[in-house]
Every structure is written in structure tokens, then in C-alpha cells.
Design a binder for this molecule. Sequence first.
Ligand code: SAM
Length: 330
Amino acid sequence: MHNLDTLLSGLRAAGEHTRLRILTLCSRGELSVSELVQILGQSQPRVSRHLKLMVEAGLLERLPEGAQVYFRISDQDSSSSLAHALITLIPETDTLLIRDMSRLNQVRDSRAKKAQDYFQQVAHSWNSIRALHVPEQQLDARLLDVIGDQSIGDLLDIGTGTGRVLEILSDRISHGIGVDLNSGMLAIARSNIEQAGLAHIHVRKGDMYQLPMDDACTDLAILNLVLHYSDNPIDVILEASRVLRTHGRLIIVDFAAHTEEYLRNDYKHFRLGFSDDEILNCFEAAGLTASLDTQQLVGDPLTVKIWHAQKQSNIASINPSNTVAEKRSP
Ligand SMILES: C[S@@+](CC[C@H](N)C(=O)[O-])C[C@H]1O[C@@H](n2cnc3c(N)ncnc32)[C@H](O)[C@@H]1O
């Protein structure tokens, strides 16, 4: 909801030639300052100044990612509704905008190429791990079964990698966020999401131990083949629980306890899978009620399990001294 002052400051921030172009470009996906500089053909300080004003007015959101900062249309209701309303009024036939869009496509092609190059470097190790368990399509089908048919509001995919889980759930969710620590992976995910035209899905850099999001903002959180990278799974599960709404669900897809020791050295797995007891104890400590029908897909040598739980109440009331961010700060 706008009051007159916020509406006016939003209109003022958008009321300039380049800023309307930036708004149109950011409505097509997240863009970094250097990409905007390339598309608009203006100097970096000038583009940065426009961006700063638009962020201050709440029209754009700033998403730092390593050395880069990405910008996108704000997610906050009042400002994003103004931004979206303005975008519908911008004439797409304007020659300058047509040129911007063609440059945007070039930027996207070059992103996709970089992402593909990175993927080539990591694909070998991914394929080696995949060969140790049941095919991914089988895992995806079982994951969809566990999630069930109901539509989902806000999805959080923790350790999203290439954004595959976000994509397979894209038609069932209102809004999706994928978080990953690895910028190369995020570049692949961003490029895949753009190519699939999924405007309701975003990715951002973040650590599974300190998710870059508010408490109680998620209806479904998924850790798909990620938890074995953790040296402290309970902290990850507590953090996932923090961002779940009451009755929100957490699904963990990971390996059953195994003895393939070489995965630690060769593929940086911290944990050789998990026992049911360990995961169920973590659920309990995090204020989550476990579903009794843990799924199991037996592979050779790795069996994959799907553990599923629901948030009952606010974690703070269960374990008040335990804020994970505090625990992990130096
Ligand atoms: C095996 S991939 C799984 C990707 C994806 N979930 C999927 O199923 O296709 C594991 C992912 O976890 C990410 N990851 C590892 N440690 C992380 C952390 N501390 N915070 C966020 N992501 C992390 C890696 O960068 C990688 O993309």
C-alpha cells in the first residue's frame, strides 16, 4: 500500500530516461552493474548513481554476490507494485528499448557461455557421483511424490546448484529462491532460469548456515544432496527451521549412512551419509515433526533417502539461546 509520499518518491526516482530503461531491463531478470553499463552504454559512476536512487526509493533491490552486485525489481509489495505498474506503461516499440533488449540478449548469451564453461569443469565429478546412486529422474519423481499435489507459496532451495529443483517445481510455486555459496553454480542456475523464462524464481549467494533471509518466510525448504557437505548438519537444519513458517515443511534428500570413504577426499563430502536417528533427532531439536514415511531409493553403492518434516512452532521458543548465526560467528 502506498501513501502519497512513498508514491511520489517512487515516481521521482523512476522519472528519468535512463532509469526507465533500467527498470525495463531489470524487469527481465537480475543484472549486474557492469552488465547494465554494457547495455546502456553509459559510464559506471553514472549507472551506479541511477541504481542507488532507485534502490533508495525501493524500486530496485540490491543483491551482493561476491565481487558483483545484482539488481532486480524489489520484492517488497508497495514498491514492486509501482515498479510493475510503470513497466506496463513503457512502450516496448521505443527504438532505444528495442536496442537495449537486443544488447540484453547478448549479455545473456555471454553469461550462458560462461556458465556452460564452468559446468564443463565440474560436470565430470557430478557425473561420477550420479553413477553411484539411482538415476536423477527417479529421485525427482519420488521428491515430487513426497511434496504432494498442493500448490506451494514460497519455496527455498538450499544449495541450489544449477537450480534444477527450482525448475522442476516451478509450475507449483508462487515464488522460489535458490541459495548457494558457489558463484559458478549460481551463474549456471541464473542462466537456466532466464532461459526457461521463470520470472518468479531467483537465486542468490548465501550460506546454508546463515541464510540471507528473514525468519518465517518460507513454506517449503529443500536440501537436495547438500547436507553431506556440512560439518555440522544440526546447524543447517536449525537454520532451515528458522526460515520456515509454522506448518512449513523441510525436505532433506541425502545419502543413507555408507562407507565410501574416498568421497571425503575426492569430492569433499564431509559426511558419509546419515542415519535415520541422526536426522530425526535434528528435526526434533529444530522444532520439526518428522513424517514417519521416510523414503528410500536403493542404489549401488549409495542409497538415497528422503526425510520430511513439518514446523510446529517458533524455534526461538524451543531453544532460546540458540541462534545459529551467533554460534558460528568468530
Ligand atoms: C551436489 S550439489 C546439489 C545441487 C542441487 N541441490 C541439486 O540437487 O541439483 C551441492 C551444492 O551445495 C552447495 N553448497 C555446499 N556448501 C554450501 C553452503 N555452505 N551453503 C550453500 N550452498 C552450499 C554447492 O555449492 C553445490 O552447488
